[in-house]
Design a protein around this ligand. Sequence first.
Ligand SMILES: [Zn+2]
Length: 443
Amino acid sequence: MDLLLEGGTIVTMDPERRVISGDVHVRDGAIVGVGEIDPKAFCGRTIRRLDCSGRIVIPGLVQSHIHLCQTLFRGHADGLELLDWLRQRVWPLEGAHTFESMKASARLGIAELVRGGTTACLDMATVRHTDAIFEAAVETGLRLTCGKAMMDVSRGSPAGLRESTKASLEESDALLERWHEKEGGRIRYAYAPRFVLSCTETLLREVADRCREQGVTIHTHASENQSELEAVRERSGMDNVAYLDHLGISGPNVALAHCVWLTAHEQRLLADAHTNLLHCPSSNLKLGSGIAKVPELLGMGVPVSLGADGAPCNNNLDMWIEMRLASLIHLPRVGPTGLTAEKVFEMATLGGARAMGIEDRVGSIEAGKRADIVVLDLDVPHASPPGESIYGRLVYSARSSDVETVMIDGDLVLDRRILTSLDLEQVLADAKEHSRRIVEQVS
Ligand SMILES: [Zn+2]
């Protein structure tokens, strides 16, 4: 069956950044036409028509840094800086997950993401039960790249998260085999060493070698917080990002969350290697980490994308909040024209797709790309009147509650605000139950 999204205002994010009135024609999960569609294109085929008149049609939002395994811990780790947040709350909580609680956590996160127009994410799981997250993505239709967190240094981590270097690599290799490029490419694997302090140098080198050979994404955290930086310097004698670069963890297939604290040399390393910076403004503010120098880094050519990080450090997984914050928090430093709404919207779509290594598949509404599309109703008080710039309206005014319909790979996963692949009441009940059990267990 063909699908026709009819009569909307389409924010294409194509190379000319066209914003056009017209239709989007979808066949077999791919976009086959945008704008004026010749009726001959449907000749002899069944068509489902979605009326998008008065609506804004945008590419699905892509979050490049998420932890679906932490969604159950929302509201259970407030008021802590990074290393205390990890050691006192998040690691013990992650270590108490079962396969079933992991699935409940992923389903809750996916319900929130999809309802807010996020169609794809780069996720870091915890040490165990990563299959549960992949299974939840298969069930729900989310476009997911995920990797198990690799933690072969056990200092500060609970028994449930301990693993040897060999076991960490073997399990990652097996997960890659099981999940990479599955479901027609919608599901992919990324190696995810948690951060330098959780990993031996041997493990980091092994990951770098594997990913270089196989062109697989490496997803890690770097230079989020000053105490982390000091500890990395103490261990390696180098600055964090310089150390990762020295081990071969840099380049277009590398995605580094945060990068709040970089030396001038490290900024240059990211730019020269085209290493992806995953900017998480809410998380960086809530943990009191600092503010990454995003406008300056963009100016140097560093690819930047956006993510909400985990529910316990945000406490939302809402891309509209991240877009709004990313567009505003840098301006007192660089001035009101230092980062445009259009650039921020690009970070939230094409930027995320690039960080995930799938910019040839998603991130814009163009013939040949997969049909990851979001329909918004902005005929609401907080986004009216339309104003002069569609990007300003999207980034400064729109909210996740304006998302009406979401399509991933041509499947309607949110149909006029109803989740089609999840029973929301059940998801909320399961989340409450599993969260209560885990929190009781660790306290
Ligand atoms: Zn994170």
